[in-house]
Ligand binder design. Sequence first.
Ligand code: LMR
Length: 395
Amino acid sequence: MFETLPAKQPDAILKLMMAYREDPRTDKLDLGVGIYKDANGATPVMKAVKSAEGQLLEEQDTKAYVGPLGSPAFNQRMIETVFGSEADKSRIRSAQAPGGSGALRILADLITSARPDATIWVSDPTWPNHLPLLSAAGAKLATYPYYDADNSSVSFDAMIDALKAAKPGDIVLLHGCCHNPTGADLTHEQWDQVTQLLIDQSLMPFVDVAYQGFGDGLEEDAWAIRSMADKLPEMLIAASCSKNLGLYRERVGAALLVGRNAAEADTALANLSGLIRSNYSMPPDHGAHVVEMVLVDDSYNANWREELEAMRVRMISLRHAFSDALRRRTNSDRFDFIAHQKGMFSRLPLNAEQIEKLRADNGIYIVGDGRINVAGLPDEESDMDALAAAIAAVL
Ligand code: LMR
């Protein structure tokens, strides 16, 4: 049977992750895969997570199944984290999912079972795994332009023009904050315009929020979702705890949905539960259990928020230091945009050849489209300057 299968390559991010691991150089620099790194280049377990894990180890007295939708308390807390503690929860539902990707997939399954003819509109560019993930669920895909590479900013008019071609019932995948791979986010006014377009054309938002807390703050980064939920009848959200709780390998996320009313939200959740059951049956417990403990316990919660905020602030200061260093080294303002973009990523205006040269000559790993992980930038001024010099040299 296997002889019928085509040769298969991992995607650009996974490929780069493997190449970095295999590179024997000790002075290499990983600006590839989106994981937070501290000033020592490490990705430590967050303190509140570590404490909750210790407590869980002591106290947990069963490993019995959790059920397809996971823990009700976890789901409740995720709804509060994404929609705010004051939100009207009567028509919001949540299913615990194996990571943000698992949430995306089961929600895509829900879309294809409810509306097999709908097209999911995806930003160009987007996270490279969006397209295969959504296609694997059988979804029809189309793209809308999102990024103006010449000006390193959102190409908003082109985005709106493209979405005008969507037909009623189509779905629009949006990055709730910290756009991956560009770091270029919509302004509140632009979100309002997108929301109005969705209303006018009877389109449904499907929001991927994988970096809540990495942009403008935990509450601020949920602004667009909360605003849309107030105005639109229905909505889907894939939330991830990989980045903001540092639980990457534990696979924790939530598939959230907003229905027109409580009864329709319940029906949608029951269908989601059926799709989960026929796929992986039930989500893993450990990471989600820890998230639940961190969100429920006031002291863990405060500690987590503090650590997350410190990570966010550090990434902002790295953005400023990097754009300053590039301004000095290139004698131009063409990299100033890095200072003002949001979250973990920005896209450097470099071509494939320049990116490959940086890897080969300097051990600097950047995704092939120019995406850099801001958290991987060096804190030391001299190292930042050396990085800027290496980039200036390949321009
Ligand atoms: C990324 O964009 O680098 C992360 O979301 C990790 C991944 O799975 O691609």
